[in-house]
Write a protein that binds this ligand. Structure first.
Ligand SMILES: [Zn+2]
Length: 492
């Protein structure tokens, strides 16, 4: 049994008076400060997000699905009042139906939710609801209702607990102590906040051109399925308590709005097919999608054939996958996901030249697709065009300076070129972006001792090292202060 993230927040404090957990926390401001400022929320969110990337096994790095999710999310955010607030939507490979908002605009989405949504409008309605929890600052307001003065400490402890959850039995202990229900209770938003998120979320849905009826229909379906499964309500309903009254409220709001049929974007259907085709054994996935295609049991034939191609690719049946792609090409389907798969198939057949050709053309049409950019570097490396691979990473990192995956590819490229200083320099950026300052500093020290590099390269390493050491000193100071605060004011 696993409870997600926020589930560890407030109530665990009672169980956890240890101050030693406060190491490495961000500075959350004066302990006496009662309000959770947006800047504090951002730092807490960043810190938790970093931990998720490093330690959460279900965290899923799929640039195609994440790219889609973020485009969909941005479309909704653009209709909100969140001017200047950055949002990041991320994916967890988890079959339960859930999505959750963390402070600072980080919104986690389970693959189970994407599969359960029967239309893009349904998926959007949940995203819009989550976005609204953030823009309406429900977290700050909720915590504000509880214990004003201890707020910064509460949150710093929460971060520590989250950081510790994968290598400590604290969380497990709390669960066994029968706290789960209580935790869940305190975590769920109040009815007023839920209603407010529905209301604001509906506005976002409408303004973004989605079907506003989808919110009520999706919530109703969730509610029905929770009755079906007895106690096992979809986890979404636990953190966002759903009442008949709430659904009635949504229905009241939409009854005067004109009926609008919104077709699903092909990308939505392909994303669902990709998730579904990636589950279970490759053989099962092939059988499932082959049956869909054969019996015409699909919502969309293109998505079904794409799912079959993914399944065949997983089963290493490249010819079978290619056959589906050919079928889709004959229908003039235009999709970055299709090009990405076509390139993968070439790579699978050791045809890096073929992959590169596909990727170059695709990147002209879909310049923002990160998956294509990574694949292009991999193809160049496989072809031995290392200088060209390097040029691509350098150009790309100028546009996407916080892309740690691209830094990783750059480090690999430098390694192939035998440039050791630069290899360690690039690796240090990977660690720095992961929030692992010690490891980043260590890489820069290795770069200094690498024995190659010119004067200019050495001086950039030196200055970056000074920067990171300063940042490290600052963080150590903040952690010490937090620790003192915690020991001065025992909780309970
Ligand atoms: Zn909610």
């Amino acid at each position: 049994m696993r409870i997600k993230l926020w589930a560890f927040l407030l109530p665990l404090l009672v169980l956890l008076p240890s101050a030693s957990m406060a190491d490495g926390l961000p500075d959350l401001g004066e302990a006496s400060q009662a309000n959770l400022t947006p800047a504090m929320e951002k730092r807490i969110g960043e810190s938790i997000m970093r931990d998720i990337r490093l330690h959460e096994p279900s965290f899923m790095e799929d640039p195609e699905i994440s790219g889609y999710l973020n485009r969909l999310g941005s479309r909704l955010v653009a209709q909100s009042t969140a001017i200047g607030q950055g949002f990041e939507f991320f994916l967890l490979k988890d079959a339960t139906i859930n999505a959750f908002a963390m402070p600072g605009g980080y919104i986690g989405v389970h693959t189970g939710l994407i599969l359960a949504a029967q239309s893009e409008s349904e998926l959007s309605s949940v995203l819009a609801h989550e976005i609204s929890h953030v823009t309406q600052r429900h977290l700050a307001r909720q915590v504000g209702l509880q214990s004003q003065s201890q707020l910064p400490m509460l949150l710093s402890l929460a971060v520590a607990i989250l950081a510790a959850r994968s290598h400590s039995d604290v969380a497990a202990g709390a669960m066994m102590a029968g706290q789960a229900a209580g935790i869940q209770h305190q975590l769920s938003y109040s009815r007023d906040f839920e209603r407010e998120s529905d209301r604001v979320g509906l506005q976002l849905l409408e303004r973004s051109g989605f079907d506003v009826r989808a919110m009520a229909s999706f919530f109703l379906r969730l509610q029905k399925s929770s009755r079906l499964y007895d106690n096992k309500a979809p986890s979404y309903l636990l953190t966002h308590p759903l009442t008949t009254e709430r659904i009635a409220d949504i229905e009241n709001r939409i009854q005067d709005l004109p009926y609008k049929q919104v077709p699903d974007a092909l990308e939505f259907l392909m994303v669902r097919a990709k998730i579904q085709a990636s589950e279970g054994t490759p053989a099962d996935a092939v059988a499932e999608f082959a049956a869909q295609v054969r019996d015409h049991k699909f919502i969309n034939e293109i998505a079904a054939r794409y799912g079959l191609a993914i399944a065949q690719w997983r089963a290493k049946n490249y010819a079978g996958a290619e056959q589906e792609l050919e079928e889709l090409r004959r229908r003039h389907v235009s999709s970055a996901m299709l090009e990405g798969l076509a390139a993968e198939l070439c790579m699978g057949r050791k045809d890096a030249a073929g992959a590169l050709k596909i990727l170059r053309l695709a990147m002209v049409r879909y310049p923002q697709e990160r998956g294509l950019a990574y694949a292009q570097v991999e193809a160049l490396l496989a072809l031995g065009q290392t200088q060209e691979a390097l040029r691509v990473t350098v150009d790309d990192l100028q546009i996407y300076p916080s892309d740690l995956r691209m830094y990783g590819l750059q480090a690999k490229t430098y390694a192939t070129l035998g440039k050791r200083l630069l290899q360690h320099r690039a690796l240090s950026e990977v660690y720095a972006l992961q929030g692992q300052l010690l490891a980043a500093i260590e890489q820069l020290q290795l770069a200094q001792k690498a024995g190659d590099g010119d004067f200019y390269e050495h001086s950039t390493v030196d200055s970056r090292l000074r920067e990171l050491k300063q940042r490290q000193a600052q963080e150590a100071k903040e952690a010490k202060e937090n620790k003192q605060r915690l020991s001065q004011r025992p909780l309970l």
